[in-house]
Design a protein around this ligand. Structure first.
Ligand code: N01
Length: 487
């Protein structure tokens, strides 16, 4: 079929973060121009717009954390800082004209499948009808607030790391921070020196590896300007290194796992001299079970005289501070919640109803699952970006989104060519896919006995348990036998 006989679909993309921008670029490149991007905030950038906490940086090498088609010679460090990543996405959106297609300050509230199309209702009262919806709403987007008695009674300044209050100067203040995940480690390394006293409330210690954070010189940057070939080569080199180490380790390959364990244990041994403190910082679960933390500032900060690592466990919170299980009140002027995110919400809360009026909350009531992370039976012509079991972990989510976007485009091509009007995976295919995932989980480190945001309510990891290569293969070509046939 020639290009001018193809049907031209209308597509709504939910969210103007990294995946939403990518989807818009790729759809336009494929000749689909009837696109609207609905963004609830007044600016694009997703995670990198929302997370502005001190020390925010990407823990994936910067030259790998870019779109494959648009490298960035300007990165300041091996691990790019949050603000420069935000700038990168704004630049790319502008260069590719995507910013013109974004409707800012307009959230999608209702999304119903009616008579073969999607009817949308936005927070501005607009009604839209489109053929396809792409949910590019991110994973780590909904801050998780801890369920601790008395949290609402606290009288000092308090905020979640994803909602940083830049109006409060921490200099000289008594600061408490709950959590010791990737975010907390970055924050602690950055603010410890400034605080009068910093108390870290650690519930579970974490494994940390230190990868040197090289600063790029003007000469380094100049050598990369206008050289997409060099930028791509750099990106490939990092990607290969990560695949051969982290990705293999977490999916149970013995040698990479042993090396990763060795690196994390050695880092702790070398960095923390005091045996008592070291014991407090030593996890009792395998390396990689929780997401491995890449950080070079936390161990130094935790050994400062003005920093206390409190491991007694939080009993309750009072007006003036945090009471630990040993009965001690830790008075703090500021309480920072570095308590992570609710990763199983995806595009919710949203009144999303598929074929026959079935709601997403009903479908996901028992288990949050999808077919190949992208498709939902009962929701035709609706695609998830970074959906359940995308191989998140210590790898670039941009690379994952690119693979998923190509897959989505191939499915939309079926519609454009008139082969399918309703692109909908079958329930049976979804079940088979999830059985296949379950088979692989036993070999992974995520079932190593720790609690983490990777696990769903049943304790099953919402991760990809096989190799990166295998995942790319799965998404290379749609298997049309797994989709409902036209009625
Ligand atoms: O969140 P987390 P995060 N009482 O869920 C603790 C990405 N990221 O924001 O371990 C006491 O890892 C909880 O304790 P425990 C990255 O993918 C990326 O740090 O459950 N403590 C834990 O210590 C990362 O994995 C970059 O016992 C409570 C912490 O809060 C993901 O974001 C940078 C508690 C939560 O840790 C999430 O990291 C930063 C309670 N009631 C983050 N509830 C990049 O570079 C929770 N905790 C891209």
């Amino acid at each position: 079929m020639s290009a001018n006989t193809l049907r031209n679909p209308s597509v709504a993309i939910i969210g103007a973060g990294m995946t939403g921008i990518l989807a818009a670029i790729k759809l336009r490149e494929a000749g689909i121009d009837d696109i609207v991007v609905l963004e609830k905030a007044d600016e694009l950038g997703g995670t990198w717009r929302e997370n502005t906490y001190p020390g925010v940086a990407c823990d994936v090498p910067s030259h790998m954390y870019t779109y494959s088609f648009r490298g960035n010679p300007e990165w300041s460090h091996r691990f790019a800082r949050g603000a420069e990543i935000h700038t990168y996405f704004k630049q790319v959106a502008q260069e590719y004209g995507v910013d013109q297609q974004i409707r800012f300050g307009e959230a999608l509230e209702r999304c119903h499948h009616v008579d073969g199309q999607w009817q949308l209702h936005t927070s501005k009262g607009a009604e839209l009808t489109v053929d396809f919806v792409v949910a590019a709403t991110g994973i780590l987007h909904h801050p998780a607030y801890p369920d601790i008695e008395g949290l609402d009674r606290y009288q000092g300044e308090m905020w979640h790391t994803a909602r940083w209050n830049h109006d409060v100067d921490l200099a000289g203040k008594r600061v408490g921070i709950i959590g010791t995940g990737s975010t907390a480690c970055q924050v602690i390394g950055n603010i410890a020196e400034r605080c009068g006293q910093l108390t870290i409330f650690q519930r579970t210690p974490q494994w940390i590896v230190d990868v040197p954070d090289q600063q790029y010189t003007e000469k380094d940057k100049a050598g990369l300007r206008g050289r997409q070939d060099k930028l791509s080569a750099l990106s490939r080199r990092y990607a290969m290194a990560l695949r051969n180490t982290f990705s293999k380790a977490v999916t149970g390959k013995k040698i990479p796992l042993a090396l990763m364990s060795w690196a994390a244990k050695r880092n702790l041994r070398k960095s923390v001299r005091d045996p008592e403190l070291r014991a407090k910082l030593t996890p009792d679960y395998p390396v990689g079970c929780k997401r491995l933390i890449i950080n070079s500032t936390f161990y130094e900060a935790v050994q400062r005289d003005n920093v206390l690592l409190e491991t007694a466990g939080i009993e309750r919170i009072e007006e003036g501070g945090v009471v630990t299980a040993d009965g001690q009140l830790h008075e703090v002027d500021v309480l920072i919640l570095a308590t992570g995110f609710s990763p199983f919400n995806f595009m919710r809360p949203m009144d999303l109803r598929g074929r026959d009026g079935v709601s997403i909350d009903q479908v996901w009531e028992r288990k949050v699952q999808a077919y190949r992370s992208v498709c939902l039976p009962g929701f035709p012509n609706f695609f998830l970006m970074l959906g359940p079991n995308t191989p998140i972990g210590n790898y670039s989510v941009i690379a994952m989104s690119e693979v998923q976007t190509n897959y989505v485009l191939k499915l939309i091509d079926q519609w454009r060519a008139g082969k399918l009007d309703q692109v909908e995976a079958t329930e049976e295919a979804k079940q088979r896919f999830n059985d296949y995932l379950r088979e692989g989980m036993g070999n992974t480190v995520w079932v190593g006995g720790c609690q983490s945001w990777y696990l769903d309510a049943d304790g099953d990891p919402a991760m990809w348990p096989y190799s990166w290569k295998q995942w790319v293969k799965e998404l290379e070509e749609p298997d049309l036998d797994d989709f409902r046939k036209a009625a």
